[in-house]
Design a protein around this ligand. Structure first.
Ligand code: SAH
Length: 369
């Protein structure tokens, strides 16, 4: 066996949930509490070297070195924007790269995590869509983004002991998380686990373009918060902006949203609404939107459109954004405007492109068109 073969034959422990890790340890003839020790070293201390796990017997450490690795994606680049937003380009096997963005604020640090290499949906205003689609990310590649961010930010902050600075996670990076359901749910379980980062369900948000059956599945298995990329108040316009709407129209989507919050009175769905000049940003659209959301426990997050090369859309004027917000507020619909962060390093919403080896040839079609 070559070194590479040995490497690939090893189990990457970042691919396993806590239960999965306990089962894997059992298969190796080891006790579950040993798995929990390793788990805490990995996530609560940011350790990837078995030799550093000093409360494990030397013999167990030696065995783990032969059978396992703790291997997040490799960092290809690391940029910090003028506002402190930090973006990593991470290599994933298969010749592609994905992006992860950390957004520091006074009292919290939000990590925007990718779920797929590219995206198979074709939203017309999104730069990731232009890149085409390659594949789903593994659990290790998803939780690995949080692992890397926590480790590097803790190091940059000069913490004496490893401290996780990621307090909030939004599944709003590249990809449609509900199209990679099992791996995304496992990775979110890892984020919530008390022996890992222990994030509260309110601080982990999954954003979807509206894959209705998977919203129902998510409700069954996960307590996380839900955001929905709505972007238009009627089906005709939404079909153009978010093509999956043709399959799951607004009425069906909102029914699924109501089911998601039913029985959880304090939960609200966040509706994301990208503000595109002359497309969906008039007072008339705001009125329609308010009517459509009337019966859903909702809050609206307006996202001023972020431009990217090759896009014909323009950002709404500040006045249009404020007018839209003020109307919704006047109807008692909770509404916020998302602050644009990191746009000088192309880290803002809809600007994440990575490097996708497109298997759908969509990126080629976009150039030809
Ligand atoms: N596929 C999921 C996760 C991506 S989240 C989803 O659609 O929800 C990324 C968010 O940024 C989505 O709300 C998306 O619609 C929005 N977005 C995409 N392109 C954008 C752009 N150019 N400017 C502003 N927001 C954009």
């Amino acid at each position: 066996m070559t070194d590479t073969d040995r490497q690939t034959a090893k189990q990457n422990l970042l691919n396993l949930t806590r239960q999965g890790l306990e089962e894997w340890f059992a298969d190796q003839g080891e006790k579950p509490f040993r798995a929990r020790q390793v788990f805490q070293w990995m996530y609560q201390r940011g350790v990837d070297d078995f030799d550093a796990m000093t409360d494990l017997a030397k013999s167990l450490r030696a065995k783990l070195k032969l059978t396992a690795v703790i291997q997040p994606p490799e960092i290809l680049s690391d940029h910090t924007a003028s506002d402190g937003t930090r973006k990593w380009l991470l290599k994933v096997p298969g010749g592609s790269a994905i992006e992860t963005v950390f957004i520091p604020e006074t009292k919290r640090g939000t990590l925007c995590v990718s779920s797929q290499v590219g995206c198979s949906l074709n939203c017309t205003f999104c730069s990731t869509a232009r890149q085409g689609y390659n594949r789903n990310l593994s659990v290790a590649e998803i939780i690995g983004q949080v692992w890397i961010a926590n480790k590097l930010i803790s190091e940059a902050a000069g913490d004496e002991m490893f401290t996780p600075h990621v307090t909030n996670v939004v599944m709003m990076g590249m990809g449609e998380p509900l199209m990679n359901f099992d791996n995304v749910v496992d990775a979110m379980d890892l984020m919530l686990d008390d022996l890992s980062y222990g994030l509260s369900r309110r601080r982990v948000t999954l954003s979807t373009s509206g894959v209705v059956p998977q919203i129902d599945r998510l409700r069954e298995v996960s307590p996380v918060s839900l955001a929905v990329s709505l972007h238009a108040p009627d089906d005709k316009l939404r079909n153009q902006l978010v093509p999956i709407n043709a399959k799951y129209p607004i009425a069906e989507l909102l029914d699924a949203c109501k089911r998601y919050v039913a029985g959880h009175p304090r939960k609200r769905i966040t509706f994301e609404y990208v503000m595109i000049h002359g497309v969906n940003d008039t007072l008339e659209h705001a009125k329609q939107l308010e009517k459509v959301l009337h019966t859903v426990p909702a809050k609206v997050n307006l996202i001023p459109f972020n431009p990217f090369p090759g896009s014909d859309f323009r950002r709404s004027s500040n006045n249009a954004v404020y007018r839209f917000r003020d109307y919704l507020l006047s109807k008692n619909l909770m509404t916020t405007i998302r602050k644009t962060r990191g746009d000088d390093i192309d880290a803002a919403c809809g600007q994440l492109a990575g490097q996708v080896q497109d298997r759908t040839r969509r990126s080629l079609k976009a150039v030809e068109a």
